[in-house]
Design a protein around this ligand. Structure first.
Ligand SMILES: CC(C)(COP(=O)(O)OP(=O)(O)OC[C@H]1O[C@@H](n2cnc3c(N)ncnc32)[C@H](O)[C@@H]1OP(=O)(O)O)[C@@H](O)C(=O)NCCC(=O)NCCS
Length: 209
């Protein structure tokens, strides 16, 4: 990533505000990434990260210059609830990988993840001029898949039976959204009534599980 100039100070939504991470956010990372349920949903290994792994991950992912990572704050209270990130920045092809963790489990399912993802996509496509944002998600993570579909991600493939969890194999689902698709959604949203635009969930290339 070409230095901190790529990082916005803040991205503001209705429910959440994304801000740059501060060193004191490490305490929250320790709590989130040592949680077994978060690990089950987001980690290749069955067990959570060790403390030293979390600290290294925080330094590299949240504070380092190789990814664009924002802290997710609940707008109403300013409480730090999660983190979202672009990694594997490929400047030649305008492509990044997207990651998100809402670590505070009491706010799951309240729209924060969807809005944070939309804010990151807006930054990626409208400000940075990127071409493609991609991610992978385990097929049993229905909440995450639902949120990604809402934001316009499309299922583009699956790594079959890549994950052993809860006593069986699961696919790892690959999803992406292209700049043209993002612009088309924006155009639709500006010409549709707000409620219809909000409710549109693209399923054209195959619904996620
Ligand atoms: C995945 C995650 C970012 C989603 O953020 P969130 O704020 O909880 O989700 P949202 O409220 O924005 O959206 C969730 C969607 O799933 C639906 N949903 C909520 N709980 C659900 C559940 N248990 N099963 C299926 N769908 C569910 C909601 O109705 C909503 O869909 P809709 O907008 O079409 O109604 C967040 O839950 C999280 O960080 N989880 C733990 C870590 C993780 O899984 N990270 C992603 C790894 S790829």
């Amino acid at each position: 990533m070409a230095g901190r100039a790529w990082f916005p100070e803040a991205l503001e939504g209705k429910l959440v505000v994304l801000r740059r991470h501060a060193p004191e956010n490490l305490a929250a990372f320790r709590r989130w990434y040592s949680d077994a349920e978060v690990a089950r949903l987001a980690r290749y290994q069955e067990t959570p990260m060790r403390v030293d792994e979390i600290e290294r991950f925080f330094q590299v992912r949240a504070l380092g210059d190789d990814s664009l990572t924002m802290a997710i704050h609940e707008r109403a209270t300013d409480r730090l609830v999660g983190t979202c990130s672009f990694s594997q920045v490929d400047g030649d092809n305008g492509s990044v990988m997207y990651h998100i963790t809402i670590g505070e489990k009491d706010v799951w399912g309240r729209g924060f993840g969807t809005e944070a993802t939309r804010l990151m996509l807006e930054h990626a496509f409208d400000t940075l001029g990127l071409h493609r944002v991609a991610l992978t998600v385990f097929e049993f993570n229905e909440r995450a898949i639902r949120a990604y579909l809402r934001c316009g991600f499309i299922v583009e493939g699956r790594a079959r039976e890549a994950i052993w969890r809860d006593g069986r194999w699961w696919d790892e689902v690959g999803m992406s959204i292209l700049a043209t698709e993002w612009q088309a959604r924006r155009h639709r949203a500006s010409t549709d009534t707000p409620s219809r635009a909000d409710a549109s969930v693209p399923t054209s290339t195959g619904a996620a599980p």
